[in-house]
Design a protein around this ligand. Structure first.
Ligand SMILES: Nc1ncnc2c1ncn2[C@@H]1O[C@H](COP(=O)(O)OP(=O)(O)OP(=O)(O)O)[C@@H](O)[C@H]1O
Ligand SMILES: O=P(O)(O)OC[C@H]1O[C@H](OP(=O)(O)OP(=O)(O)O)[C@H](O)[C@@H]1O
Length: 340
C-alpha cells in the first residue's frame, strides 16, 4: 500500500470507535461470529488489519490476541476481544515494569496523566482453557515447588515470574506481599525462558525442565509426554474496554449487542402447558432468567408457561417437566436478545 493510501485510512478512523479483534488463532472465528450476531458489518480487505464498519461509526483493528490488552490498556483502542490469560499476562508485565522503575529510582508517584489499564466488560463464553504448569509425565517433578531453581519455558513470562516468585517466597517462609519482596530487589532463582510457540517441545528438547502453557483438551500436552501439576490461570475470552473510551455511549451499545448475542447462544426458550395445580412445582424447574411468563389457557385449570432455560440443562428440565405433568413441551432457539 502506498503512503497516501495509508494516510487516507488513518484519517477515515477519525470519530470512529476502535475495536480490537484477534487477527488469527483460536479466538478469531468465535469473535467474528459474535460481530456478525451483533450486526457489526464490515469487509476486511486482503492483508489490511483495519476494517471500517459500514453501519456504525466503528473501525475494527485486527491484532494478535497477546497485544490487545496493551492497545486497550493504553487507551489507543477503545474495546477489545482477547483471553483473560493475555490480560493477566499484560497486567503482570506492567507490574514488573513498575518494579524495575522503582528499583532504578525512575518511578514517579504521580504516574502518567492518562488512565492506564483495561476493564473487563463481560465474559464471552468461548476460548476456555487453563494456563498450567506442566512437567514430563514420567519425570522426577511431582509438584510446582520441585521446579524451584529449574528452567521453565513459557510465552507467559510475567505470570510465570510472579508464580515462581510466590512459590520461592513461600518455600522460604515469607508471608508478606510478593510485590514488596520483588521491589526490594529479590532475584528469582527459577529461570524463566521466553518461548513464542510450540512450548510443549521445550522439555523433550532439553531447553526446559517444566513449562507454563495453555491446556484445553490436553491432547497437545499428552502428545508431548507432559502432565499438568498446577493451574496458574483459568481463562476464557473476554470483552475489555479502556478506562477512558473515546465514545462511552458507543461502547455501551456494542456491549449490549454482544451481551444479547451471548444470552441468545446460551439459552433456549421452553414453552409448555401445565395444570395450574402443578404451576408452583413447574416454575421451580423453569424459574426463567428473570421470571417465567405464565398465561391462562383457554381450558379450565390449565396454564401456558414460557421461560428461558440454559441450553446445557434443557434435557433434564424436559424430563422433570414431563414428570410433573406438563404437556406440549416445546424448545425454541433464541436468535437474539436484549435484557435492558
Ligand atoms: N487450545 C485452546 N483452547 C481454547 N482457547 C485457547 C487455546 N489456545 C489458546 N486459547 C486462547 O486463545 C488465545 C490466543 O491463543 P492462540 O494460540 O490462538 O494465539 P495466536 O494469536 O495464534 O498466537 P501464537 O502465534 O502465539 O499461537 C489464548 O491467549 C487463549 O486465551
Ligand atoms: O489442550 P489442547 O486442546 O491440545 O490445546 C492446547 C494447545 O492449544 C494452544 O496452541 P495452538 O494449537 O493454538 O497453537 P500454538 O502452539 O501455535 O499457539 C496452546 O498453546 C496449546 O499448545
Amino acid at each position: 500500500m502506498s503512503a497516501s493510501q495509508e494516510l487516507i485510512r488513518i484519517e477515515s478512523l477519525e470519530g470512529r470507535l476502535l475495536f480490537a479483534v484477534p487477527k488469527k488463532g483460536r479466538l478469531l472465528q468465535a469473535a467474528l461470529n459474535l460481530l456478525e450476531g451483533a450486526d457489526i458489518q464490515f469487509k476486511r480487505e486482503n492483508r489490511l488489519d483495519i476494517a471500517l464498519v459500514k453501519n456504525l461509526p466503528i473501525a475494527l483493528v485486527f491484532l494478535p490476541a497477546a497485544d490487545i490488552p496493551t492497545f486497550v490498556g493504553e487507551g489507543r483502542v477503545d474495546l477489545g476481544i482477547t483471553g483473560l490469560d493475555q490480560v493477566q499476562e499484560h497486567d503482570a508485565g506492567v507490574r514488573a515494569l513498575a518494579r524495575a522503575r522503582r528499583l532504578s529510582n525512575q518511578w514517579s508517584p504521580k504516574g502518567d496523566e492518562k488512565p492506564q489499564g483495561c476493564e473487563t466488560v463481560m465474559e464471552l463464553g468461548f476460548g476456555s482453557c487453563k494456563l498450567q504448569v506442566q512437567v514430563p509425565a514420567k519425570g522426577e517433578y511431582a509438584q510446582s515447588k520441585d521446579l524451584i531453581g529449574r528452567n521453565i519455558g513459557t510465552s507467559f513470562v510475567h505470570l510465570a515470574q510472579e508464580y515462581f516468585a510466590r512459590l520461592e517466597l513461600e518455600a522460604e517462609g515469607y508471608t508478606g506481599d510478593i510485590d514488596s519482596a520483588l521491589v526490594a530487589g529479590r532475584k528469582l532463582r527459577t529461570k524463566i525462558i521466553e518461548l513464542s510457540g510450540s512450548v510443549e517441545a521445550a522439555c523433550a528438547l532439553g531447553v526446559a525442565d517444566g513449562i507454563v502453557d495453555l491446556v484445553e483438551s490436553g491432547e497437545t500436552m499428552k502428545a508431548a509426554g507432559l502432565k499438568a501439576i498446577d493451574t496458574v490461570v483459568d481463562t476464557s475470552a473476554i470483552l475489555i474496554k479502556s478506562k477512558a473510551p473515546s465514545n462511552p455511549a458507543m461502547v455501551d451499545l456494542i456491549a449490549a449487542r454482544i451481551g444479547g448475542v451471548i444470552t441468545a447462544q446460551k439459552y433456549v426458550l421452553c414453552q409448555y402447558n401445565v395444570p395450574r395445580t402443578q404451576l408452583t412445582d413447574a416454575t421451580k424447574v423453569t424459574p426463567g432468567k428473570r421470571a417465567p411468563t405464565v398465561t391462562t389457557l383457554d381450558e379450565e385449570g390449565w396454564v401456558a408457561v414460557s421461560a428461558m432455560v440454559e441450553k446445557k440443562r434443557i434435557a433434564p428440565v424436559m424430563d422433570d417437566l414431563s414428570k410433573i405433568g406438563a404437556t406440549d413441551i416445546l424448545v425454541l432457539d433464541i436468535h437474539n436478545s436484549r435484557s435492558s
